[in-house]
Design a protein around this ligand. Sequence first.
Ligand SMILES: *Cc1c(COP(=O)(O)O)cnc(C)c1O
Length: 495
Amino acid sequence: MEIMYHSTRDNRKKLTASQAVLQGLAEDGGLFVPDKLPVFDIDIKQMLDMDYKQIAYEVMKLFLTDYTKEELMYCIEHAYDEKFDTEEIAPLVYADRAYYLELFHGATIAFKDMALSILPYLMTTAAKKNNLKEEIVILTATSGDTGKAALAGFADVEGTRIIVFYPKNGVSAVQEKQMVTQKGNNVKVIGIHGNFDDAQTGVKMMFNDQTLKEELKEKGFVFSSANSINIGRLVPQVVYYVYAYINLLKNGKITENEKINVVVPTGNFGNILAAFYAKNLGLPISKLICASNDNKVLYDFFAQGVYDRNREFILTSSPSMDILISSNLERLIYQIGGGDASLNKQLMSDLGSQGKYTITEDMKQQLMDFYGGYADEKKTASKIHTLYDNTGYIIDTHTAVAGAVYDDYRNATRDETVTVIASTASPYKFARSVMTAIDSEYEKQEDFTLIDELCKLSQVAIPKAIEDIRKAPVLHDTVCEKEEMPAQVKGFLGL
Ligand SMILES: *Cc1c(COP(=O)(O)O)cnc(C)c1O
């Protein structure tokens, strides 16, 4: 069955999946959603003997229906290869009553690799299918991890250029070093004076700037997005929930049709939305537990039905979740509003003008499968510390937010359902915060000393991504004001 895509703010104009991947964001500022959420066309049991790539195909073909089998397999084969340091791609590790789904075994050691290692292939395939003549310019705002993963994915990919904006003082030392050392003839990395929301808003404004778009087109360029608003980011993320479930089933940790809970450390709401789509496929998921850090705008939303970004932006030790506008939530709002594009458009316009919106009682009723929690800095650090003490397993700060929220959930509900926690980054990526959580004495050490110490404690080899940046030269040192973002883009493209 062919699945078509349309904007969450207007469902009249239909695009194929490949067109939606190419365009990234709808012209009206909405996000592309499938006209019908797909469901499995085979039994989960039939996937028991499949590896990651085969499961990826079974899931992605349900969403990306205009790609041929050959095209999809080509994309999958090239994405999930030796760039990952384990053939399992996404291993499960049991520690203290939960299964940690390690999504950080790709090139940049954060979960963004799961989707960004395939997006360039989905996009260049889409360009061929649709006879696109222009060169694709990927514009990306990053809270730290998307940027590097997108750079790694698109570097030197023919027919593409990539420009990444990040908050100059809002990412970890390792995250920044990873980005500013990026090689490639088609890449540009720019710090901005502002936070992630400023960067994201700046990028969205360029996407919606018709004059800029025409200027670009004249010179043979077209914008696209590698942010999690792109449906080509979201769909590959559905895969690992299915894969995790099959892993549990295959290893006798659950029985057929047994439901599991998933806990997701959330920022832009992409990862947990993928879990929601997985549930809609027919995957037996009970609760979707949405974990926030001190920027607990989603926690408040689930508690009250009011999304309110009017609050102080807090820099935390989990910077990839320091977000007040969770873009992908719009897709859930559209869904629980019964696919009413004009209702969704009204709510998003309230968000634009007042910084908040309130959902209806009916919509709230449909959020029963979600549970919102949050962990402050102290709880997050304490989770890292106690998990290490009790089990020897070391998790990163983002995963620790989820772990701490899960502990609270379990204490509050006594729910003993088998639970998968999305482990979204390697502790090596946030070594300073992780090590000082274990012992404040580490505070005085240099970044790379901490990395060596982390290796000793965890007995996990230092990932190549970290070794690579130890001595790499800085290749990008541009910093600008948020108002200057369009000028920077034009400069790089020679307009
Ligand atoms: C991006 C990111 C998140 C948040 O994911 P969303 O899809 O934006 O909700 C959490 N943890 C890490 C390490 C990330 O890089």
